[in-house]
Design a protein around this ligand. Structure first.
Ligand code: NAD
Length: 491
């Protein structure tokens, strides 16, 4: 396990020597320390990335050459999968099978962008037909420059990978600041970068607090692009910082995503996908379908089965076999989730199940999976992201009402609809104001498909070819190709 910062291909101590405790959320034990970077360290890292971009081989090599490094990284992730997954569980708390799935996705993401880097060699430019035959024009795409990437703790290595894989594939260099609450697997990416011989300065990793390390990164004048995933409140600060010198900014933020269930749905399938939509990763998922709308005639039946199955979820240390719900990531998040449930009660919500700390687990930041009902539509709990295993359920009468309630949110990250009537499901899917829409399921995520939000859930898209474009500049090259003079001043 790493304790230092990865800057310019070397592991270095932070300038001020500070450290942060790494706490296992299942046991509350401090089991490691990471470096707390400050502005001086960030400056060194950004300058290393700048040199690697302006003078180094990375942006100048072919896509095929870059792809070889990305595939080597993917191979290393697969080789170390068990170690990385276990480390993720200790750092973040999620059940081991979920962490193992994350590692497969990490490797898959590096492979996917390796393929796109190669494809770029075969399609280096696109001719643009112009209305004027005296000119020819083409578009070339070039790496955007130095990227400052800031990531959250809920899918620590995967969220870092969603930025690192496409940015490196495109030929950018970067400084990555993972969340102070879960940095260990991202530091292992630095170890892997070293092992595969990534040129120095291409990937720099600085751990530390948002205010002390994230903020100087987002303000640094030598950074060309900010790629941020996290809360709306921090995203706003990052966007303001980027505005000072008009950086390219992409934001993946929070959500309060709806799941509309029509009465013709199979009850068991509905309950399964509602649970997958909110209890996976302890509900600490940006796209979690945390507002469930059930058609009135099926409301009581589906709610009763949801409560019954929710009570059966096995809660425990993510490393124990059979655990389906681990602890919340940190003491402060745990306090926030319990406070949100209390606030919901005070606003009139009823707790159908859960709502407290599970009995028999004295240590660890565990919260019972919780189903809330009967909250008014303007209640805080119906409007705001909790980021925990808490689902709000309400009935609706008509399709129009369901769409209105679903879209009545400042967020627009994801939405889901379930119905056997596929024409209706498609109609509702089109009516949602959200960047990711699921029909007859909730949450499955694919590297090939675009990911990102409408409204306050963000700007830009990650994953797929959209994620690759995120890290490319578009350059127009237009040639005057006429044998006749231009003839404006000189006749
Ligand atoms: P957060 O906003 O608290 O922190 C995110 C990152 O920003 C961390 O690395 C943090 O250190 C850093 N940071 C904090 N203050 C900063 C500042 N002033 N300047 C620069 N950086 C700063 O979010 P979190 O609690 O880590 O993550 C949870 C949030 O992330 C939720 O809102 C969730 O919905 C969102 N999220 C969104 C997506 C998506 O794809 N849309 C994915 C995962 C998580």
């Amino acid at each position: 396990m790493q304790t230092k910062l990865f800057i310019d291909g070397k592991w270095v101590e932070p300038a001020k020597g500070g450290t942060l405790d790494v706490i296992d959320p299942a046991t509350e034990e401090v089991f490691h320390k990471i470096a707390a970077a400050t502005a001086d360290d960030v400056d060194l890292a950004v300058k290393a990335a700048r040199r690697a971009f302006d003078e180094g081989p990375w942006p100048r090599m072919s896509g095929a050459e870059r792809a070889r490094y990305l595939r080597a990284i993917a191979d290393k992730v697969i080789e170390k999968k068990d170690y990385l997954a276990r480390l993720e569980v200790r750092d973040n708390g999620k059940p081991l099978p979920e962490a193992a799935w994350d590692m497969d996705d990490v490797a898959g993401c590096f492979q996917f962008y390796a393929n796109l880097a190669e494809e770029q060699d075969n399609h280096p430019e696109e001719n643009i037909p112009l209305g004027d035959p005296r000119f020819t024009s083409k578009v070339v795409k070039e790496p955007l420059g130095v990227v400052g990437a800031i990531t959250p703790w809920n899918y620590p290595l995967l969220m870092s990978t969603w930025k690192v894989a496409p940015a490196l594939a495109a030929g950018c260099t970067m400084v990555l600041k993972p969340s102070e609450l879960a940095s260990l697997t991202t530091l292992e990416l630095g170890v892997i970068a070293e092992e595969v011989g990534l040129p120095p300065g291409v990937l720099n990793i600085v751990t530390g607090l948002g205010q002390e390390a994230g903020s100087p990164l987002s303000e640094h004048p030598l950074v060309d692009k900010l790629a941020f995933t996290g809360s709306v409140a921090t995203g706003r600060k990052v966007m303001i910082a980027g505005a000072q010198d008009i950086k390219n900014v992409s934001l993946e933020l929070g959500g309060k995503s709806p799941f509309v269930v029509f009465a013709d749905s199979d009850v068991e399938e509905a309950v399964e996908w509602i649970m997958f939509g909110i209890f996976w990763n302890q509900g600490q998922v940006c796209s979690a379908t945390s507002r469930v709308l059930i058609e009135e005639s099926a409301y009581e039946t589906i709610l009763a089965r949801l409560v019954e199955e929710t009570r059966k979820i096995r809660i425990g240390n993510g490393l124990e076999e059979g655990t389906l719900l681990g602890p919340i990531v940190s003491r402060s998040q745990y306090d926030k989730v319990l406070a949100a449930i209390e606030r919901a009660r005070s606003e009139g919500a009823k707790v159908a199940t859960g709502g407290t700390r599970p009995q028999g687990l004295d240590k660890g930041y565990f919260v019972e999976p919780t189903v809330l009902t009967d909250m008014p539509e303007d209640a805080w709990v119906w409007k705001e992201e909790i980021f925990g295993p808490v689902v709000c359920v309400k009935p609706f009468k008509t399709e129009d009402e369901a769409i209105r309630m679903a879209n009545d949110s400042k967020y627009g990250l994801a939405a889901a609809v379930m119905s056997k009537d596929l024409a209706r499901a498609e109609r509702v899917a089109r009516a949602f104001r959200a960047g990711i829409v699921w029909i007859n399921c909730s949450q499955p995520t694919f590297t090939d498909a675009p990911w990102g939000g409408y409204k306050q859930s963000g700007i830009g898209r990650e994953l797929g070819r959209w994620g690759f474009e995120n890290y490319l500049e578009v350059k127009q090259v237009t040639s005057f190709a006429s044998d006749q003079p231009w003839g404006w001043y000189i006749k």
